[in-house]
Write a protein that binds this ligand. Sequence first.
Ligand code: CO
Length: 153
Amino acid sequence: MALRNITKVGDPVLRERCRPVTEFDARLGELLDDMADTMYDAEGVGLMVTQVGVMRRLAVVDTGDEDGLVELVNPRIVRTKGEVVGVEGCLSVPDRQGYVARPYKVTVAAVDRYGKPFTVKAEGFAPAFCHEIDHLDGVLYVDKLTEPPKEGR
Ligand code: CO
């Protein structure tokens, strides 16, 4: 188990676009393991790879439902439905929360750590997937607030 530092808002790395993963090797597996450890340690529901300082298209998400830990390599949203406004926070933007409008349902296509394609359908937790995938393009939830940010969690 290895914890990685979580990059905080203000670091320009969070605003960069990540490159696709092209090497499905042991280092990728190690990175995904470290991301999951770091996410659970921080009690988050999703952790993007820019947040640990690596600029590849990777995310780990665990919404606490029966799917458990989902590792998303090169994820993209292929279908959305509806809209829901919910409260979001981000491990890279400490001690803040805000309201964001997101799709109610999403279908995400990705590959696993071995390069095998899969899709995941998220309902209810669709905003968590959208939030993480936004990070890949340097977008933070604070860019999308429906009202000014609130202090505290
Ligand atoms: Co975030």
